[in-house]
Design a protein around this ligand. Structure first.
Ligand code: UDH
Ligand code: NGS
Length: 287
């Protein structure tokens, strides 16, 4: 004698945890960078499920991680528009509880990618209790949505098969492009170096830090980890710095004093767009 209890779905408000893998992924994606939409049109098309500042939570399950996506930035608005257009739908399908933080270097001084990413870590934590940090160049779009923008048991390198490297790693210890670290993994390596001005080497320094702290690198396979890069010329004020390669010989010694514990900057402005939080910072760049 069985009793059936009928409960209308709408009254059952308790959400369960999101399941792994997310059920609505598409796998390989078609990505072309030639669309003519304006940023306003991109906003109209994709901002509806988002909260102000480019924040999202899956509506029907509880995500297991809170993910801050940090983009080091200056003067790449066209790339940012494409990144937002392609990434938001992917991140939503991945059922992430996430926010997008664009860290914009103020002024015309020498660019510093790793220092901007440190700033992103600190500023994102002021907004929400994030436990995972994904660091992404503005010009990289994944070609497979099974490459999940979350954190793993070891620091993760996500951009393992970029088109510009013929869909392979350029070298075994490459850690550039897109990576993710749990908060505790990031703190274990004292964050990223602040002293790599200009182009080159800061990603190798981060790799060294991870190894020196006894961790290894987690990676997707080379099918899942495919990326397309938006083609561009070298930026102004981000020349290859010939001093940077040499600094890599000293990571083990320098990492305890150059990192999140020595970070100094000032916030000039925080703007919450529908699709992202845009934080302009003075990082005391040399002229
Ligand atoms: N970035 C900016 N603005 C800059 C410099 C760098 O936003 O002025 C950010 C952006 O997120 C970019 C990332 O830093 O994706 C990495 O910088 P990068 O794109 O300059 O590095 P990459 O190795 O290119 O991709 C180096 C120059 C390649 C010239 C190739 C000419 N065909
Ligand atoms: C290495 C750089 C890395 C860089 C990688 C790929 O030589 O920062 O090339 O560069 N290391 C040093 O300069 C010490 S790329 O082919 O994308 O221009 O990420």
């Amino acid at each position: 004698n069985q009793e059936t209890i009928h409960m209308p779905a709408s009254t059952n408000k308790t959400l369960g945890p999101c399941i792994d893998p997310p059920p609505n992924l598409l796998g390989p994606l078609r990505v072309e960078f030639n669309f003519k939409l304006t940023l306003e049109e991109v906003r109209k098309e994709i901002s509806r499920p988002l909260q102000e500042g480019g924040r999202y939570k899956p509506p029907d399950c509880i995500a297991t991680q809170k993910v801050a996506i940090i983009i080091p930035f200056r003067n790449r608005h066209e790339h940012l528009k494409h990144w937002l257009y392609f990434l938001h739908p992917i991140l939503m399908r991945q059922q992430l509880d996430y926010g997008v933080y664009v860290i914009n270097q103020d002024g015309e001084g020498v660019f510093n990618r790793a220092k901007l990413m440190n700033v992103g870590y600190v500023e994102a934590l002021k907004q929400y209790d994030y436990d995972c940090f994904v660091f992404s160049d503005v010009d990289l779009v994944p070609l497979d949505d099974r490459n999940i923008y979350k954190c793993f048991d070891n620091p993760r390198h996500l951009a393992v098969a970029m088109d510009k490297f013929n869909f392979r790693l350029p070298y075994k210890t490459y850690f550039g492009g897109v990576s993710s670290l749990f908060k505790n993994q990031f703190l274990k390596i004292n964050g990223f170096p602040n002293t790599y001005w200009g182009w080159g080497g800061e990603d190798d320094d981060i790799y060294n830090r991870i190894v020196f702290r006894g961790m290894s690198i987690s990676r997707p396979d080379s099918e899942t980890g495919r990326y397309k890069m938006i083609k561009h010329n070298r930026d102004l004020h981000n020349e290859a710095n010939p001093k940077n390669p040499d600094k890599l010989r000293h990571t083990q010694r320098s990492m305890d004093k150059d990192g999140i514990n020595s970070l100094k900057y000032t916030v000039k402005e925080i703007v919450k767009d529908a699709l992202y939080t845009f934080i302009t910072v003075d990082i005391q760049a040399p002229a």
